[in-house]
Design a protein around this ligand. Structure first.
Ligand code: NAG
Length: 399
């Protein structure tokens, strides 16, 4: 804001507004609009399709997914078919790369990042900043049969639930803007999902044996150029916030705040956690708040170089990061971390579903969807709203 300066002295009211209006046009800016209690209460909670044995959304991810194995391919296909059928308005891309690993005997191993995004209709690609929700989908080679339920099958499912829960509100928002004759070129807020490959080391964690997918994508997006005159120069700079979910799905998580510049977004999640809990929308036992740094202010937040994860290649290139990982001093990672016990049966499903609702709320606030989400009057059975029922109820209120 400091570069655009308007001298307002002596200007008449309407010129002042023009001046402010121009300022707003010049600054793509962060959007964030709190949801009312009414909308929070009506947010859908995952139900049958999160069943760990039969759930259509979640159970296909709960299998070994080592790069280059059939399980890995099956999970990737599951993501693609979920977006194609449930979220047909989304664009899907794959970003492919290859790398040698310490166990590949000089051969190249393929890594495939899954990318899905939704932009306002008609917006030019380089002018949209995207809230970007990220988890890795590969699983660790050892111990044999390792499932990686918190690492990161459950985070992938949480993100899928959140995106399908806000999708029809995005339809309504952009349709309403069109109807009001608003130029959608001025709508700069899109949303994006990254399911990254090759996060895990094959042998021993090092700068070259880990983060295969994240390193390839960050480098690719840093060198690819958006069209000339775009607001954002590269796909990398189109990421308005990189929210990385990892090691989530165990009971009583401890989430720290790591970056001063995104502490405000951390605080928003902390406040949503409190509000959702007081509204009875979270079912896990409220031992203590998940977001343990909410009483800190941004200059008390320390970016210590501790946790190595998929955000690092993006952080190094200046992307804003919010790292949601269950880790606390003295406690460390959840006890199942990198053991055979990190399987579906050891998940705390109330916590998994609570996270899904929380991420839905955060995405809806970021995308400013208050006016376009279902509200409580439209929801008969709280948290059990089926899509067909939602459509029927909407039709009813329209008549
Ligand atoms: C990348 O990999 C996916 C999945 O195997 C494949 O469908 C796609 O064609 C590949 N893309 C390119 C550009 O090679």
């Amino acid at each position: 804001m400091s570069t655009a300066y308007c001298d307002l002295r002596g200007l008449r009211g309407h010129i002042l507004y023009l001046c402010l209006g121009l300022l707003l046009l010049l600054i793509p800016g962060e959007a964030y609009e709190k949801l009312s209690d009414d909308r929070l209460k009506a947010l859908p909670r995952p139900s049958q399709d999160f069943d760990i044995h039969t759930g259509a959304l979640f159970s296909p991810i709960l299998q070994p997914r080592v790069p280059g194995t059939p399980g890995h391919t099956a999970v990737l296909e599951h993501f693609a078919s979920f977006f194609r059928t449930t979220l047909p308005q989304w664009e899907i891309e794959f970003q492919n790369s290859t790398a040698k690993t310490p166990i590949s005997h000089g051969k190249d191993v393929p890594f495939i990042n899954f990318i899905a995004y939704r932009d306002p209709p008609g917006a030019s690609k380089g002018d949209v900043g995207r809230l970007t929700l990220v988890a890795h989908y590969d699983s660790k080679l050892e111990p044999e049969g390792f499932i990686g339920a918190i690492d990161s099958a459950a985070p992938c499912a949480m993100i899928m639930h959140a995106m399908r829960s806000i999708d029809s509100a995005l339809d309504k928002k952009w349709a309403a803007m069109k109807e009001q004759g608003m130029d959608l070129l001025e709508e700069h807020h899109g949303i994006q999902v990254l399911f990254l490959d090759g996060e895990e080391a094959f042998k021993e964690w090092s700068t070259t044996d880990s983060l295969y997918g994240a390193r390839a994508l960050a480098e690719h997006w840093d060198t690819q150029m958006n069209p000339a005159m775009s607001t954002f120069k590269t796909p990398l700079s189109s990421i308005s916030l990189f929210v990385l979910l990892d090691l989530l799905g165990s009971k009583n998580p401890n989430i720290q705040s790591y970056y001063p510049t995104t502490h405000w977004a951390y605080q928003s999640l902390g406040s949503l956690e409190k509000r959702l809990r007081s509204l009875g929308k979270l079912k896990s036992p409220p031992a203590e708040p998940w977001f343990i740094d909410t009483s800190k202010d941004s200059h008390q937040v320390m970016a210590f170089g501790g946790i190595q994860d998929d955000h690092l290649p993006f952080l190094a290139r200046g992307v804003e990061i919010l790292h949601l990982i269950d880790f606390a001093p003295f406690k460390g990672f959840p006890s199942v971390w990198h053991t055979a016990d990190d399987d579906a049966e050891h998940l705390d499903m109330d916590t998994v579903k609570d996270w899904s609702v929380l991420m839905t709320a955060f995405a809806a606030e970021w995308m400013e969807l208050e006016e376009y989400l279902d509200h409580q009057d439209n929801v008969r059975r709280e948290g059990e709203l089926e899509e067909s029922e939602a459509i029927r109820l909407n039709k009813k209120t329209e008549l």
